[in-house]
Design a protein around this ligand. Structure first.
Ligand code: AMP
Ligand code: MG
Length: 460
């Protein structure tokens, strides 16, 4: 087992409350990612043992470390909450994986903490298994994400609308620093804390910023760039996060907090699946402007680090924030070039035009987003579009290397959670680009009418 550190707690004690996980009656591993365990340097057999399971639920942290609940603030659906924090989660600590990278081990559903407010501190099996499946798929698709090491059932029931079996998700991340972490530090009025947090973030995620003569602005710009690229990847693959609150946006650029997330079936930018998003704030097509809005909140939080003169600081922040649009456009256009099989060097304007015409066609015909890209020439019945696309000299073979065949489609995820049988779905999504016999149904679009009434529910 790798050795653990408590770096976050040591460097930022004002934002860490030492805490322990609940003692659960009958904890047992439900699923565990063996390949990830090996990559991290954990012995999977040990993780499944009684001692391993106690670590994975937080009741017994590794020797020499103190688990903590992290403090953070955040804008939830646009409304500011000054004190959110880990209400049902713990940061066990940081460790170095087999590639030499520093990672967080974090538990979700490990019991009430001082940030729990009215919550019970617990999580149900369904939503934790959902995060496990979807984060695993995102990783296989090449999208930066927190990883799921294991889901452990607790033997304790959780009261929701009905009584549900409880679980703890063991999650691994580059860190759990969020936009909301900076909002929290800023709100304390303690500039030294804000600076320490920024230094911690630079050291862990964007060390190149330390070389700059204006390291904090550089840090901010690197977060802007990382998030622009991340959200472009979501859009290209048809992913809807569902709860893009500022406490659910990382400084590292990894996707975090899989709640009511989903993949598009039919291409329709106004798609919202989340039951808690009645206004459509976090609809598929709104994700880029929402990311920009969240980054503006990060800029506000970081202002005192940019310049002592507030007016100058705002000017600098605005200039840096303006990098989001071009960075997003560039990442999206390059991604679309690849999705359409077009050669390197194709004019960006041409890529955008042909892609936008395709998306309009897909929307009008209510085509399935994922399978249409994979099988482009056979799915499109617009001869003009096909002629113009062919004139750009696409490499048809490359479509199948770039456009996935298997994604965790909503109807498949629901079915897997209902039956408890996730093995075949995992087999499909672990290798999303390779067509394999026996997995046909995992490539098929949702049954007619499924999307119209489909809703995802938050894990709380
Ligand atoms: P989330 O929607 O999971 O991003 O959580 C938003 C906030 O609510 C965070 O501060 C969580 O720690 C807290 N929270 C969510 N569910 C619970 C729960 N069952 N018990 C305590 N706190 C919770
Ligand atoms: Mg969250």
């Amino acid at each position: 087992m790798p050795s653990f550190d408590s770096r976050f707690a040591r460097e930022l004690p004002e934002m860490a409350i030492p805490w322990k996980g609940a003692d659960f009656p009958d904890p047992a591993v439900l699923v565990l990612d063996d390949a990830l365990a090996a990559e991290l340097g954990f012995d999977a057999e040990w993780l499944r043992s009684a001692d391993g399971v106690r670590m994975l639920t937080g009741s017994e942290p590794p020797s020499g470390t103190t688990a903590v609940a992290q403090a953070y603030a955040g804008h939830q659906f646009g409304g500011y909450s000054p004190r959110l924090g880990d209400g049902r989660a713990l940061l066990v600590g940081e460790f170095t994986d087999t590639s030499g990278n520093l990672r967080d081990l974090h538990l979700k559903g490990s019991g009430k903490t001082p940030f729990a407010r009215a919550g019970d501190g617990l999580a149900a099996v369904g939503p934790m298994l959902r995060e496990y499946v979807v984060s695993r798929a995102m990783h296989a698709l090449g999208i930066p994400t927190t990883r799921s090491l294991a889901v452990v059932t607790t033997g304790r029931m959780v009261r929701r609308e009905e009584n549900l079996p409880g679980a703890v998700l063991a999650r691994v991340a580059a860190s759990h620093l969020r936009v909301g972490s900076f909002q929290y530090a800023r709100a304390t009025g303690d500039r030294d804390l804000l600076k320490r947090l920024a230094d911690h973030a630079i050291a862990r995620h964007h060390p190149a910023a330390a070389e700059s003569d204006r390291p904090y602005r550089r840090l901010f710009e690197m977060v802007v760039a990382a998030q622009a690229e991340l959200v472009a990847k979501w859009m290209l693959v048809g992913f809807i996060h569902g709860v893009m609150n500022t406490d659910n946006m990382t400084i590292s650029g990894e996707t975090i907090d899989y709640g009511p997330c989903a993949f598009l079936d039919v291409f329709e930018p106004s798609t919202v699946y989340s039951s808690i998003d009645s206004g459509g704030r976090y609809a598929y097509g709104n994700q880029p402007p929402v990311a920009h809005w969240n980054l503006a909140r990060l800029a506000e939080a970081m202002l005192p680090l940019f310049d002592d003169d507030e007016e100058k600081a705002v000017e600098q922040a605005t200039e840096s924030l303006n990098l989001f649009g071009p960075a997003y456009d560039e990442a999206w256009t390059e991604g679309m070039r690849l999705k359409l099989g077009l050669p390197a060097g194709t004019d960006n304007g041409n890529i955008r035009k042909i892609a936008e015409r395709l998306l309009i066609h897909m929307r009008d015909r209510r085509l399935d987003y994922t399978s249409t890209f994979r099988d482009l020439p056979h799915r499109i019945d617009d001869e003009d579009w096909l002629d113009d696309w062919r004139a750009l000299d696409p490499d048809i073979e490359s479509l199948k290397r770039i456009n996935p065949m298997y994604i965790p489609r909503n109807h498949l995820v629901e079915e897997a959670l209902e039956t408890g049988d996730i093995d075949q779905l995992i087999t499909a999504i672990d290798d999303p680009f390779t067509e394999r016999p026996g997995l046909e149904r995992f490539a098929e679009p949702a049954p007619e009418g499924f999307g119209a009434c489909y809703q995802t529910f938050c894990g709380t």
